[in-house]
Ligand binder design. Structure first.
Ligand SMILES: [Fe+2]
Ligand SMILES: [Fe+2]
Length: 258
């Protein structure tokens, strides 16, 4: 399949090209914790200096999924950041079984949080869902065997269906997928092989091809690789903050034609 709308990408460390019609900034794995006050000052400055039209946050926004962490993150991001913020939750945001509270705090602060939904911002369509583990390619866990194994494998099937139904609602020329877990193995390379199955699922890749997604963002694989490409040609960026910081950046910036 031909890439219909290829993003051009830089990190904020290399920014400076004139903005194209829509400019997206993305990051993940902020892991805002009880002692994180002040640690994201550089991040906020980078967002405000990016000239981006919107900010995408690909999960693990908090460290343990606590309400006080979400409140601290909300105070850090809003109103300091003056562009629309669209996000998904990550596994850390679920850790304390208070994900609903975390989500409502962030929504009330101004973030659009997607969980199998789609939104259009600045002429760009964004479909978002956290995704799920399960493995890649031939190593994907099948829905087979013990009830607990089947239940686990169905988690990635369910997330792939959520991604598909969100993408199906978009009518924009440029479609973006926002995930926490990786949809392909290329962007988790660098992590230990033994943990690949816990970093994402190939089941998330097929909807990207079918709906001609231009670019997908994910996090979670802190030690993965920055960029990959699906079989259908969509560019996939791992925007995990620890990975970005290795390049001296706070953000991945891309420009997309609307
Ligand atoms: Fe993380
Ligand atoms: Fe994660």
């Amino acid at each position: 399949m031909t890439q219909q709308n290829s993003p051009s990408a830089t990190t904020d460390a290399a920014a400076g090209t004139p903005p194209r019609p829509a400019r997206l900034a993305a990051a993940a794995d902020l892991h805002f914790g009880r002692s994180s006050q002040g640690t994201l000052d550089g991040f906020v400055e980078a967002v405000n200096a990016s000239a981006a039209d919107l900010l995408l946050l690909a999960g693990d926004l908090t460290d343990f999924g606590l309400a006080e962490e979400a409140e601290g993150l909300a105070r850090t991001l809003f109103p300091a950041i003056r562009i629309p913020v669209v996000g998904v939750l990550g596994n850390h945001d679920y850790e304390s079984d208070r994900a609903d509270e975390v989500a409502s705090i962030l929504r009330e602060a101004g973030m659009t949080l997607l969980d199998g939904e789609a939104v259009e911002v600045a002429g760009i369509g964004i479909a978002g869902t956290p995704g799920f583990p399960g493995g890649f390619g031939r190593g994907s866990l099948g829905v087979w065997g013990e009830p607990l194994v089947k239940a686990f494998a169905r988690g990635s099937v369910a997330e792939a269906l959520k991604l598909e139904s969100a993408l199906a609602r978009l009518r924009t020329r440029a479609k973006v997928a926002l995930l926490h877990y990786a949809p392909l193995a290329a962007t988790v390379e660098g992590e230990p092989r033994e943990i690949y199955p816990w970093l994402g699922s190939s089941r998330l890749e097929e909807p990207l091809t079918r709906f001609e997604v231009a670019v997908a963002f994910h996090g979670h694989a802190h030690c993965g690789s920055p960029e990959g490409r699906t079989a259908g040609g969509a560019v996939v960026y791992n925007v995990s903050l620890p990975l970005l910081r290795r390049e001296g950046a706070w953000l991945r910036l891309i420009e997309l034609e609307r």
